[in-house]
Every structure is written in structure tokens, then in C-alpha cells.
Design a protein around this ligand. Sequence first.
Ligand code: 13P
Ligand code: SF4
Length: 310
Amino acid sequence: MIEDDIRRLCREKNAIIMAHYYQRKEIQDVADFIGDSLALAQQAAKTDADIIVMCGVHFMAETAKILCPTKKVLIPDPTAGCSLADSCQAADLAQWKEQHPDYMVVSYVNTSAAVKALTDVVVTSSNALKIVNRLPKEAKILFGPDHNLGNYINSQTGREMELWNGACHVHSRFSVEALIELKKRYPTAPVLAHPECKQVLLNLSDVIGSTQALLNYVRLHPEYKQFIIATESGILHEMQKVCPDVQFIPVPPEMTEGVGCSCNECEYMRQNTLQKLYDCLLHESPEVTVDADIAREAVKPIEKMLEWSK
Ligand code: 13P
Ligand code: SF4
């Protein structure tokens, strides 16, 4: 079986496979470590493996490479991008900073290395509230690229950060009408949502958090037998493993005219396959590299985030 060959290559090469919760389930099952964006960065920072295979999207592999410059970081499909990260190019951020000279920059981890290099502190959806709360009260802040997350942080912290107008094409598409219907049909099921969702959807939710936070909530609340889930559907695999007797009901996306797909999958996350994972371990390619000058600047806000998350 290809899974056995993948595990054998990991042993022979002292490689670790890290996977995000939105990966295909067969990749989650073969991985050494599964986590949200923060946990993947933390794990990368402390691993003693020689090779890190990042089964996620490109910015996750880049973050691992920035934290571990001497290690080989591989990604099964290097074209696995992120619509949110793509919405903020470094040159545009540089211009925004020029227009706001006395502001500090807080960037979501879903950004390129070049954007992180222009950033004061990085956040993930796990630690965003904690980190923004640590900044001086009088600090003027530019936050990007996720407008929904930024709006959520402002609402929870009382800050008035200036927000970049980016969004994740998966999370911003969940249907509010469908959620209202599901709440009627399953009145006792808590609604768990990722903060990248639109505010109107978050207002209808009971728990808002990162993929790890939502998973923890499910694990810690055996009194509920049904949950309504508003995040990428890859997380349902681990939720179902942790709570096999619980029903997880995914919120469907809005139907866009002419688009037949009613799934809530991130197609970038699904670009990685078992075959690509095997090939990349075998050939130790594609390797992720980051320009040394960019990495030298980008590591600072990432390390600050890891330090402030403790
Ligand atoms: P998490 O930080 O919750 O893993 O989210 C990452 C992501 O890409 C969400 O779309
Ligand atoms: Fe990016 Fe959205 Fe995919 Fe997450 S789900 S990787 S934010 S496109």
C-alpha cells in the first residue's frame, strides 16, 4: 500500500509529515502530526526531523521554512495557494504602510513571506485576540488580509484596526439562509464557526474559533449529539474520529449562479494527494525556498507570535 511506502520513506529519511485539518482524510491519516496553522508552526519550530513535508497550502510550508532554514521543507503540490493570501501582495501592503506611517502592521498567517517581512507581528485565528490585546492600547494598527477576522478582532477587543479588504473564498461563501434553516431543524445543536466567516454568520454562531479550537470544543462537550459546522469540511474527519457517535452537520455554501458545486472544500488544500506526497518524499522535491533577505525579516514577526502565544 502507498501508505506503507510513505511511512517507510519517512523512517529512512528522518522526515516528518505535518498536515492541516483541511487536507484529504487519507493524508491526515498518514501524517505524523495534524494541526491548525498555529500548531503546525509550533511543531515545525521544535521538530528534530531532517525533512518536513508540509501537507497544507504554500504559506504554511513557507512559514515552516522560515522557522527552520537549515531543514529541507517539502510540499506535495507547490501550486497549492490560498485565495486569502493572494489578496494581499507585498507591493500593495508597502503602499498601504506608506499611507499610514505611524501604524503598526498585524498580519494573519495566511500571507506570503514577503508580506510577513513587512509585518510587526503575525497572528493566527488561534491567538489573534490574545496578541492584539497585548499591543499598546494607543497603538494604531493596520490588519490584513482577512476583513472578516479583522472585524471579529475589532468587535472582541474594542480596537479600531484599519482592515485590508481580503477574504477566503470558502469561508465567505457559507449560506446564511441555509444556516438559519439548519438551526430550525436542529435547535439544540451548537453552531461552530471559523472567524473567517462573514459577520452576519458569526452573529448566528455559538462558538467562534480556529480549527483546533472548534475541535477542542467538540471534544470537551459530550453532552451534545449534534453540531452545525461552518468551516472547511476537512475538519469533519478528525471531529468524527474524536466523537464517532456525534452528528456533524456542515453549513453549505451559497449557490453562485452558474456554479453547480455545493461543497465547502478548499480546492487548494485538496491539491495534495497521497501519490504526490509519496513522489515528493521519494525525490525530496518540490522543495520550498524563501529568499534569504525576506526570510531574515519575516522570521521576526513569526517568532514574536510564537513567543506571545505561550
Ligand atoms: P486555522 O488557523 O484555523 O487552521 O485556519 C487556517 C485556514 O487556512 C483557514 O481557512
Ligand atoms: Fe486559504 Fe481559505 Fe483555503 Fe484556508 S480555506 S487555505 S484561507 S483559501
